[in-house]
Design a protein around this ligand. Structure first.
Ligand code: C2O
Ligand code: CU
Length: 516
């Protein structure tokens, strides 16, 4: 079909190194950047804040002039940005108007296991799941997305994802830019592959088995958008919501910018940089100084040319897209609007963390090497050959799991609890990437602090609370975290790689948090 025509030249085991044979030509930068609406819920009579989300089918103009069948929360694609005031009691309902069961998980939120929306918390088609909890953690840019066992990849790919903004007034107190859609801009980055009819293509036969990678780049569900920004300090909240691609953010004029936040909190203080690497599910907030750029235009881009060698030891992973530089959003700088934000000196007080341990070690294994890798790849391809085309517009869904990625040599099994953690404990974990390519490591129900990387101290851009690690081949990363909420055998927490095709194909484990 059209899709296979598009993929020609990328197909075949031996052709995997040639994936760049057909780079896609991006649409011209023209359409205004869509800004997901803020959704602060509504106050019920008893003072509890209530939110209603619905997962459903839609159709969206992801590429200019082409309608694509999609999935979305309360709309066609992606979802509203939930405003979550810290410390308030909340009630949330998530309704499933799709044709298959899925879940909704609050990525990075400190909520009990039964409110976490993990693989056990399936919502059947037509059903609604009720959540109630209170968020007591630092102001941060989190997100929400489906988490069904073995199908998270296609469900997020279809468009189910949204921002989850914990607010406690810190940004206003610090004087940071905080006018949503004006000088405080969400940047949700996703890569997608389309067929000639404009339908999403998920994991075609010829796919790089390292995960789903597309050749078109969307920001907030729009290819080649334009952001009109005032000549002030601009705050960008970057979320890598791609299934498996790593981005190395930069600006077209190679300017410096300032990282102020990581996944789950602000940094201790802003960090000056010209490149910022984000793996899937990771977030960063940056400030860009546009005060003397009125009338100019610049592009936020990904410049992956320099980073790939450190991310994989296998030449076949260094496909064309990863080695390229591509623009994501054009920024047109307009007249300033007066009262702008500023760049503070200090942002967050560092926590007191234990130096004992590690209590637990996690080793990540990828596919086998040599003959074993060929056999693994054949298994993956065979599985994707038999998928049911039941999604909107023929998007491939209901993919069978092929356990090829593992943690501590175990594949995800919903019947097995891999680890038991005492409630209230603070622990040190060591995560070791034994695979040949980079992976990520995400822990539910808490946030962690990086204590060391290969025995060296964390860098200043890691001095903040995180929930997702990007870990290069051979690296050992030590993290510390506390477990303040319970997770039972019926509703355990997950730890997993957030490259969704790895997560779906074995690279996930389950843990409980219960009184010792
Ligand atoms: Cu973003 Cu376990 O998920
Ligand atoms: Cu992985």
């Amino acid at each position: 079909l059209a899709a296979s025509a598009m993929m020609r030249g990328m197909a075949g085991m031996s052709g995997m190194g040639d994936m760049g044979a057909m780079p896609a030509k991006a649409a011209p930068f023209a359409r205004p950047l869509p800004i997901p609406p803020l959704y602060a819920g509504t106050l019920a009579k008893d003072g509890v804040r209530e939110y209603r989300l619905q997962m459903g089918f839609g159709s969206a103009e992801l590429q200019p002039g082409i309608q694509t069948p999609t999935w979305g929360y309360n709309g066609n694609y992606l979802g509203p940005a939930l405003v979550i005031p810290r410390g308030e009691p909340l009630r949330l309902w998530v309704h499933n108007a799709l044709n298959q069961s899925t879940t909704t998980h609050w990525h990075g939120a400190h909520v009990p296991g039964d409110m976490d929306g993990g693989p056990q918390s399936l919502i059947a088609p037509g059903a609604t799941r009720f959540y109630q909890y209170r968020i007591e953690q630092d102001e941060a840019t989190l997100w929400y997305h489906p988490h069904p066992d073995g199908r998270t990849g296609p469900h997020v790919y279809g468009g189910l994802a949204g921002l989850y903004l914990i607010q406690d007034g810190t940004d206003r107190n610090l004087g940071l830019p905080h006018h949503w859609g004006v000088d405080d801009i969400p940047i949700i980055v996703q890569d997608r592959l389309f067929d000639s009819a404009g339908r999403l293509v998920y994991m075609p036969q010829a796919m790089d088995v390292m995960g789903m990678k597309g050749n078109r780049f969307l920001v907030n569900g729009c290819e080649s958008p334009v952001l009109r920004a005032p000549a002030q300090w601009l705050r960008l909240r970057l979320l890598n919501a791609s299934n498996s691609r790593i981005y190395n953010f930069a600006f077209s004029d190679d300017r410096h910018f300032y990282q102020i936040a990581t996944d789950a909190s602000y940094l201790e203080s802003p960090v000056t940089m010209r490149r910022l690497l984000l793996g899937p599910a990771q977030r960063a907030e940056i400030l860009v100084d546009l005060r003397s750029n009125e009338g100019q235009r610049l592009w936020l881009r990904s410049d992956s040319a320099a980073v790939v060698p450190g991310l994989s030891r296998r030449p076949m992973d260094s496909d064309h897209y990863d080695r390229s530089v591509f623009d994501l959003v054009e920024i047109r700088v307009e007249r300033g609007q007066g009262q702008g934000g500023r760049l503070p000196d200090r942002l967050l007080a560092a926590p007191d963390l234990p130096t004992h341990g590690p209590e637990h070690q996690f080793s990540l294994q990828g596919m086998g090497e040599g003959q074993q890798m060929m056999a693994d790849m054949r298994r993956v391809r065979a599985a994707f050959q038999h998928v049911a085309h039941s999604g909107p517009g023929g998007m491939s869904l209901g993919i069978g799991k092929v356990p090829v990625f593992s943690i501590n040599h175990q594949f995800m099994d919903m019947q097995r609890i891999n680890l038991r953690i005492p409630l209230g404990s603070t622990q040190v974990w060591m995560v070791h990437n034994e695979a040949e390519m980079a992976h990520t490591f995400h822990v539910h129900g808490t946030s962690f602090w990086i204590q060391g990387r290969n025995g060296h101290p964390a860098t200043s851009s890691e001095h903040g609370w995180k929930d997702t690690l990007l870990i290069r081949p051979g690296e050992q990363i030590q993290i510390a975290m506390s477990f303040h909420h319970p997770a039972t055998d019926a509703y355990p927490y997950m730890y997993h790689c957030h490259m969704l095709e790895h997560e779906d194909n074995g690279m996930m484990g389950q843990f409980t948090v219960l009184p010792a």
